[in-house]
Design a protein around this ligand. Structure first.
Ligand code: NAD
Length: 268
């Protein structure tokens, strides 16, 4: 049986861990010819490389830098001869920090860092991958978030950055049509080690450090009572990269959040 992505070539950013890693594993399981995995965590990429051999190339770099994306597109073309999908996924969190907890200085530095990763990194990927994706009539798939439409999905910087991702998806879907489709996946609370910013001294703090406590915190917030795993979302990235199965979709976000948007707002 052939996979959903037989012979296709993808780039995935933030590929060392969490949702990005689950997407890489799944793309390869679905028959991808090769994946270029991008991350600043070299050790994580090495482990991924050991698991996938020739079907994986790695680029160690920071998604805030143009050179990282340029190297990823070059690696896809050189190693595998084409590019069909580029997945923008690397991101950082703000641990629900409210505006009142910032000083003017800490707001500026944290916003510069968080938006540079969560938003600028996505635009740089699109700019670097545009030509190769237009040639293959491929697609961009971005990790949005439940915080792309819910105010309670993070602090003000994270929520506004993920709302901005929605704008990136919708605007680029318009700009890049008819050659490239642009869509997103919006996960809800997921058990990963999502980290914070250096500017706020939270680079080593991680969302899921205590798995059980995180699961207990996340599950009651959605109607399906799920604390999700990265693998719960991976199939949606496959679907959105598949020309056969999502040919007519662009400018959309598939929310994978246990139904946060349909929770009851009153007892009845
Ligand atoms: P994660 O920390 O497991 O994975 C993120 C990866 O991105 C890490 O490997 C990290 O090294 C990499 N990364 C971070 N900053 C980078 C940079 N500047 N340059 C290169 N690589 C960088 O966390 P995750 O939860 O899998 O996060 C993936 C995406 O999912 C993020 O965009 C996040 O906002 C989004 N998301 C997460 C959740 C959740 O609850 N975990 C929910 C919704 C959306």
């Amino acid at each position: 049986m052939t996979g959903w992505l037989t012979d296709q070539v993808a780039i995935v950013t933030g590929a060392s861990a969490g949702i990005g890693r689950a997407v890489v594993d799944r793309y390869i399981a679905e028959g991808a010819r090769g994946v270029v995995a991008v991350d600043r965590d070299a050790a994580g990429l090495e482990a991924l490389s050991a698991a996938h051999g020739d079907r994986l190339r790695v680029v160690v770099g920071d998604v805030r830098e143009w050179a990282t994306h340029e190297a990823a597109v070059t690696a896809a073309r050189t190693a595998y001869g084409r590019l069909d999908a580029a997945v923008g996924n690397a991101g950082v969190f703000d641990f629900h920090r409210p505006l009142a907890k910032y000083t003017p200085e800490s707001l500026v530095s944290a916003m510069d860092e968080l938006f540079a990763i969560n938003v600028r990194g996505y635009l740089l990927l699109a700019l670097a991958a545009r030509e190769a994706l237009a040639e293959s009539r491929g697609s961009l798939v971005y990790t949005a978030s439940v915080a792309s439409q819910e105010a309670g999905g993070g602090g003000v910087l994270y929520v506004s950055s993920k709302h901005a991702v929605l704008g990136v998806i919708r605007r680029l879907a318009m700009e890049f049509a008819p050659d490239i489709r642009v869509n997103g996946v919006g996960p809800g609370g997921t058990l990963t080690q999502l980290r914070g910013t250096e500017s706020l001294g939270q680079a080593q703090r991680s969302l899921g450090a205590d798995r059980e406590a995180s699961a207990a915190r996340i599950a009651p917030t959605n109607p399906l009572r799920l604390a999700q795993e990265p693998e719960d979302h991976a199939g949606l990235y496959v679907l959105l990269a598949s020309r056969r199965d999502s040919r007519a979709m662009t400018g959309q976000v598939l929310y994978s959040d246990g139904g946060v948007g349909v929770r009851p707002i009153a007892a009845f």
